[in-house]
Design a protein around this ligand. Structure first.
Ligand code: 5HY
Length: 230
């Protein structure tokens, strides 16, 4: 099978981290590549950024359809353009928030999200509600997406420890694709499962393709009605 992980922001360095984390978990029979949106914001930290990231994301889904890609990951924690992407894709499309939250629900009673900026917390709560996921709290480390680096680990771990206590949760979900490479170290220091949505969503898509489950075209996710676009 051929999977594509799409970074909807335009920062290639983030895509490289995302690709590395996805490649680390795929099976031997899976071909994976990563794409960076050619248009839109360098990082997605607001509703405005998210809106401007969707055209570039959808262009990568459309390209994947022309190239016979079997499934997609939307590698941004706001899961931007997820429903529109499912209308274009024949195979499964999973967002990293969706993948992380479902994985977290399978290994604990309730999870806390540790994300970047305070203003993105509402989106995380909204997604947890949509996905019916047992999210007990969302906490922001106040580190901008493009400032995330290995040095952010201490802040993320400290916030995770505080979240586990305040929320009475037992799993941590990392709320940014840029944190993907920090999950294992954070888990070792916190002593609880720490879920990276890039890996979780990638394996979920691989599993769906293995099960022969493609996006249903029966109704809502049917291809968009033909019309002129200016
Ligand atoms: C992400 N923004 O995963 C989100 C994280 C966030 O550019 N990639 C981004 O803060 O919503």
């Amino acid at each position: 099978m051929h999977l594509r992980v799409v970074n909807p922001n335009t920062t290639a360095a983030m895509t490289a981290t995302i690709e590395e984390c996805a490649r680390a978990v795929i099976g031997p029979g899976t071909r994976l590549d990563a794409a960076t949106s050619a248009t839109g914001p360098a990082s997605i930290e607001s509703h405005y950024d998210e809106a401007l990231s969707v055209p570039g994301l959808l262009a990568e889904i459309a390209r994947g359809e022309r190239e016979g890609v079997d499934g997609y990951v939307i590698a941004c924690f706001g899961d931007p353009g997820l429903d529109a992407a499912r209308e274009l894709a024949s195979g499964p499309v999973v967002g990293i928030a969706e993948g992380a939250m479902h994985a977290a629900a399978l290994v604990g009673r309730g999870f806390s999200v540790v994300t970047t900026l305070d203003r993105t917390k509402g989106r995380a709560r909204e997604l947890a509600e949509r996905y019916g996921a047992p999210c007990r709290g969302v906490h922001a480390c106040d580190i901008p997406v493009l400032d995330l680096d290995p040095g952010a680990l201490d802040r993320i771990v400290a916030l995770g420890r505080e979240a586990l206590a305040r929320d009475e949760s037992d799993v941590i979900v990392l709320g940014c694709a840029g944190m993907a490479d920090l999950a294992a170290k954070a888990s070792a220091r916190l002593g609880v499962p720490v879920v990276d949505g890039v890996a979780a969503a990638t394996l979920l898509v691989q599993s769906l393709v293995t099960l022969g489950l493609r996006t249903s075209k029966h109704s809502e996710y049917a291809p968009p009605p033909a019309k002129a676009y200016k």
